[in-house]
Design a protein around this ligand. Structure first.
Ligand SMILES: [Mg+2]
Length: 242
């Protein structure tokens, strides 16, 4: 059963694959007008306690959802923006790691490199055959990554590098301490491996969660698709959280 949304809920929402259908490249996703409306209404009903939790950079999130600009976690926790607009950013990844990713993107056709400074993402949706090559390259450089305290993560047609110890879970825990999130009942939704870091800490935060497409441990509800999530958000905004 989907946990209810009340006036005391704090909503934390992943974007790609949860709110938005995945596209061939990250910049081709579409934000339906209805979704934007639902999010804006819900944010108002929750006194601003609605935050995005994404692998995208804050700049990319804001570009997608303009003019809506809620609190947000970008780059898998590398960037945290409170409702007051103040941004906390971690250090950029070292050049040694960046060079490897830049080299791969330059040498394998169809790869798309997204440089989020504090995280790097290689998208291979346009070149699925590159996956084994990338996996081998990641193994080859495993020592360097370890020495630089960088972890490699595999998502849906994407390989990411980010600092060890920084993830969506630690970021949600940090943002949940800030106004207007503090003291509220957390409800999180996500669809991909990096969202598991949030599911892992939800019990400690007294939060609840839903997943999209497949069941994650701790998820109380599974939506079939982002479209189903959008329909739920629309109904919820319509009902008015109080
Ligand atoms: Mg996602």
């Amino acid at each position: 059963m989907m946990p209810p949304v009340s006036g005391n809920t704090a909503l934390f929402l992943d974007i790609d694959g949860t709110l938005l259908d995945l596209a061939r490249t990250p910049d081709r996703v579409k934000v339906p007008r209805d979704l934007l409306r639902s999010l804006e209404r819900l944010s108002q009903q929750l006194s601003g306690a609605l935050a995005f939790v994404s692998g995208r950079s804050l700049a990319s999130i804001d570009h997608l959802f303009a003019p809506f600009r809620p609190a947000a976690i970008g780059a898998h926790g590398g960037e945290i923006r409170g409702l007051d607009g103040a941004i906390a950013r971690i250090q950029p990844l070292p050049d040694s790691v960046r060079d490897i990713f830049v080299g791969l993107a330059a040498n394998i056709p169809g790869l798309l490199l997204e440089d989020k400074k504090c995280a790097l993402a290689l998208h291979y949706r346009l070149a699925p055959e590159a996956q084994p090559v990338l996996a081998t390259a990641m193994e080859k450089h495993a020592r360097l990554f370890e020495a630089e305290k960088v972890q490699i993560l595999e998502g849906k047609a994407v390989i990411e590098a980010r600092p060890i110890g920084v993830d969506k879970g630690t970021a949600v825990a940090a943002l949940a301490k800030q106004k207007p999130f503090a003291g509220r009942a957390i409800l999180f939704g996500g669809d991909d491996t990096t969202d598991l870091d949030v599911f892992r800490i939800l019990p400690r935060l007294g939060g609840r969660g839903f997943s999209v497409g497949k069941h994650f441990a701790g998820a109380e509800h599974v939506f079939e698709s982002p479209r189903a999530v959008r329909a739920w958000l629309s109904r919820t905004a319509e009902a008015g959280a109080s």
